[in-house]
Ligand binder design. Sequence first.
Ligand code: GDP
Length: 364
Amino acid sequence: ALKCGIVGLPNVGKSTLFNCLSNSKAQSANFPFCTIEPNVGTISVPDNRLVELEKLVNPERVIPTTMEIVDIAGLVKGASKGEGLGNQFLANIRETDAIIHVLRCFQDDNIVHVDGSVDPIRDKEVIDTELQLKDLETIEKRIQALSRVVKSGDKDAVKSMALAERIKAHLEQGKNIRGMEFEETEEPFVREFQLITSKPVLYLCNVDESSVKTGNEFVEKVKEAVKDEHAEVLVIGAKIEADITELDTYEERKMFLDELRLEEPGVNRLIRSAYKLLDLQTYFTAGVKEVRAWTIKKGWTAPQAAGVIHTDFEKGFIRAEVMKYDDFIELGSEAKVKEVGKMKVEGKEYIVHDGDIMHFRFNV
Ligand code: GDP
């Protein structure tokens, strides 16, 4: 499964957020949640299309798609040099596919800041520096290993080496790799290096209750500081999210949200943004037994998409019947979709799109 890691300095609100995300009550009743490990949560991705499909199909059950969130605590200044439990946690970040970087944008004298004052830009730089130092260590090791292979004249090694040197120089300027431009042919090599600062990131400004709708001066500073990174900046109040999570019923939560003039819990926005960050798409299967959302990557073919359900579906793939979510909702039934010729039969080459409702035919 694809994983999002939550990073940030201590006391910025990471575990508060993680707990909100991993609490089933924060999500609607038919979106289950399960925890695997204390710091790894599988969370359901809220999708209103499932609600609409449920109304039309009336299935026995509805199953949303999921992704994993990992709370990566213990990142402090010096982590890359093994300060605290730093190094171990850096290894955890390497295994994630995208990063949620939490920045403290709330004033609260009762909550100690590790560096004495609230300054999200300084905090961001502390974390970035640790991650860059770790990447530098990684790339230096690679350069060392490659230098032996390069002598043998291996073409890929030569190319990889040149790239590694460029990456090293970039890191030495205190910059993240995600800001670098690469040729398409270089991208597989870059991925192979598994650099932490090449992972897509979203910045989450954790603000006070009073700033959730409006933002505040800290948020403005963050937006200004990251404007060249093409990264999303989300404003969320972790503490009120935790309060929402405490409420038992949907009605209570709705009332609370209304009072704050919020349409939905911030965690829902966060989950959707993280899903986008991972470059994921959703297709559906819609039968009377089960309406279900499935996660695929952009550009996947029909057999690959079928493989998410079962590897046999991919191996034995014959064809797929496909209708568009919008057509199904508009026309109201599968029969009607067929009648107007909008149910398509697609083969192995078909690229699945977000919102496709798929029915697979396969050999066993
Ligand atoms: P972590 O170390 O980054 O995981 O931070 P925690 O989630 O444990 O939060 C540290 C402390 O800050 C806890 O006492 C939280 O209740 C508090 N906290 C978290 N978010 C907010 C917030 O938005 N506003 C305020 N005032 N306190 C918060």
